[in-house]
Design a protein around this ligand. Sequence first.
Ligand SMILES: NC(=O)c1ccc[n+]([C@@H]2O[C@H](COP(=O)([O-])OP(=O)(O)OC[C@H]3O[C@@H](n4cnc5c(N)ncnc54)[C@H](O)[C@@H]3O)[C@@H](O)[C@H]2O)c1
Length: 249
Amino acid sequence: MTLDGRLVVVTGAGRGLGLAIAHDLAEAGAHLVIAERNPQFAASAVEELAAHGVPVHRVDTDVSDPGSVQQLADRVAELGGAYGVVNNAALADGVGGKYFYDIEPDEFDRIMSVNLRGTWLVSKALYPQLRARGDGRILNIASDVAFYGPPRLMHYVASKGAIVAMTRARARDAGPDGITVNAIAPGITECEATQTVPAERHELYRINRALERPQQPEDLVGAVRFLLSDAAAYITGQTLLVDGGFVCR
Ligand SMILES: NC(=O)c1ccc[n+]([C@@H]2O[C@H](COP(=O)([O-])OP(=O)(O)OC[C@H]3O[C@@H](n4cnc5c(N)ncnc54)[C@H](O)[C@@H]3O)[C@@H](O)[C@H]2O)c1
């Protein structure tokens, strides 16, 4: 499943799952644009990714800001235009712990503006480039929480559920242009963002997975590569759960 020379934008690829995805895509020969808000994360990611020997560009981006996202799209156009985008950026670190009746409206809006609106804004801004190719790919990172519905995480869960719904609707909009739109729903993964998740939540996942070992960032990357590849050209509007069978549907 090669992606030789195809330009893929990965948002939030400064660390965590996005960085693991970027490593694997570079391994598959893709050229990369790292669209990350945190400049330190972006710098270290670009340095690491250079080892693969493929072009890796950095465009510091806030996916929730339409102006910043347009600058990203303009830069990607200068680089020759995107083949694909992985909408991975999200507020995923330290967001849990409150019941829905204790979440403040500003906090709800903040999560939605990055996790949901940002995913749409980036896809919208890059869309003319994807359409120009006629075989573009949009891949959204959702979460299995959209299907499980854990407590004390309502705004995040809702943002990920909306990504699943948006993926279906966007697939129908994009189909006539030859573009596929899919999502991947990972389970709780051992990485920086989940270090603050309470031990009992990790344990709940561990004992209820079909596969009992903890999920690692590398467990996700094969599914991403597949959905971006030619092998998945006739798959669209789908959400693929990659969580070791915690949610079986
Ligand atoms: N870690 C998990 O267990 C898990 C499980 C299911 C789904 N996910 C999803 O996977 C994706 C990555 O999660 P992660 O665990 O690696 O989180 P993370 O916090 O480690 O990484 C998110 C990255 O996005 C960046 N970012 C945040 N806001 C941004 C913005 N406005 N513009 C651009 N970049 C921004 C952050 O700086 C960070 O580098 C997220 O969509 C998350 O919801 C994670």
